[in-house]
Design a protein around this ligand. Structure first.
Ligand code: IPM
Ligand code: MG
Length: 357
């Protein structure tokens, strides 16, 4: 198989972690006889420095015209004071929107080897943590009209939260289809006791549910969900929710696994093309030191193989290699523990690549 992958290393630790994911992809290419072509483009803070804007049309075109995008992380304090219209985060939002990637899949699962790193009580962790947050990614308050005006001598800011039926319908399908491949349980999270967008959300999700009689559906209010995720995470299989609730809940979900550096994510639309990235940020404080954890990005590359290229065997080989490396006691600084062997970012990439079978 021959694939064209757009590479966005981004800012902070982005370049370091993406290099390790490429190392692992190259290993897969050799072992399984595929050819991956990489085209590197700039987005985020580094693009502001180079072009004066975080996302150029050429960069977006490169993404759209490839088979998938692998991204490290964007942003950092250096660009905290640039104009909001060109902020590094705008690149992410622009790529998501420009590529039509409405479904963001964020797994929250805990590897047995690392279960002690969870901040939750052991008896809660022992019940198991293994669920998927399916977050709507290109609508809601993130993409509604925004403006700051003056009213009676003071500033007034408005962010419009908007959802259209078709936007809810398609993400609901993503959630039910995801649940079908897992344990067949969807919890739809909203704030239907207050918001109109949530009442519409609930109505449409229930309509779509009729097409999936084999999947169970429960509604949950977002504040309750935030509690349930720490109280009894084992109850969840698939959580589907709107953009901003999903942003917040997926951070909470990743935190309870105790190893945010290990979690990948996939952003998908109608076609097979997607964008894959670790869920952590650019960690500017440790950038350039070769100590970052590349596992989230390596597993993101694995998700790309499965979801965009339909290469499940190869994807599983990456997961297995990560597991084997951890089982052998190798750790990066973020998950270091007594008795383990600490590796640098690039050593971790080497180790995982060498475990690919
Ligand atoms: C995320 C991030 C982004 C978001 C930011 C950087 C715009 O927090 O991917 O979760 O809010 O979507
Ligand atoms: Mg976030």
């Amino acid at each position: 198989m021959e694939k064209q992958i757009t590479i966005i290393k981004g800012d902070g630790i982005g370049p370091e972690i993406v290099n390790e994911a490429i190392k692992v992809l190259d290993r897969i290419a050799i072992q399984y006889h595929h050819t991956f072509h990489y085209r590197e483009v700039l987005a985020g803070g580094c693009a502001i420095d180079a072009y004066g804007t975080s996302l150029t049309q050429e960069t977006l075109d490169a993404c759209i015209h490839s088979d998938s995008v692998l991204l490290g992380a964007v942003g950092g304090p250096k660009w905290d004071h640039v104009d909001p219209s060109i902020r590094p985060e705008k690149a992410l939002l622009g790529i998501r929107k420009g590529m039509g990637l409405y479904a963001n899949l964020r797994p929250a699962s805990i590897l047995p080897q690392l279960s002690h790193t969870s901040p939750l009580r052991k008896d809660i962790v022992d019940q198991g943590i293994d669920f998927m947050v399916v977050r709507e990614l290109i609508s809601g308050v993130y993409f509604g009209d925004k403006q700051t005006t003056e009213e009676n001598g003071e500033l007034v800011a408005v962010d419009q939260m908007i959802y259209r039926e078709h936007e809810i319908r398609r993400i609901a399908h993503s959630a039910f289809q995801t649940a079908r491949k897992r344990h067949g349980k969807v919890v739809s999270v909203d704030k239907a006791n207050v918001l109109d967008t949530s009442r519409l959300w609930r109505k449409i999700v229930h309509e779509v549910a009729k097409e999936y009689p084999d999947v169970t559906l429960h509604d949950m209010l977002v504040d309750n969900c935030a509690m349930q995720i720490v109280k009894q995470p084992a109850q969840f299989d698939v959580i589907v929710t709107e953009n901003m609730f999903g942003d917040i809940l997926s951070d909470e979900a990743s935190m309870i696994t105790g190893s945010i550096g290990l979690i990948p994510s996939a952003s998908l639309g109608e076609g097979s093309i997607g964008m894959y990235e670790p869920i952590h940020g650019s960690a500017p404080d440790i950038a350039g030191q070769n100590i970052a954890d590349p596992i989230g990005t390596i597993l993101a590359a694995g998700m790309m193989l499965k979801y965009s290229f339909d290469l499940s065997k190869e994807s599983d080989a990456i997961t297995a290699a990560v597991n084997e490396t951890l089982n052998q006691g190798y750790r990066t600084a973020d998950i270091m523990e007594d008795g383990a062997k600490q590796l640098t970012c690039s050593q971790m990439g080497d180790k995982i690549a060498s475990c690919i079978k």
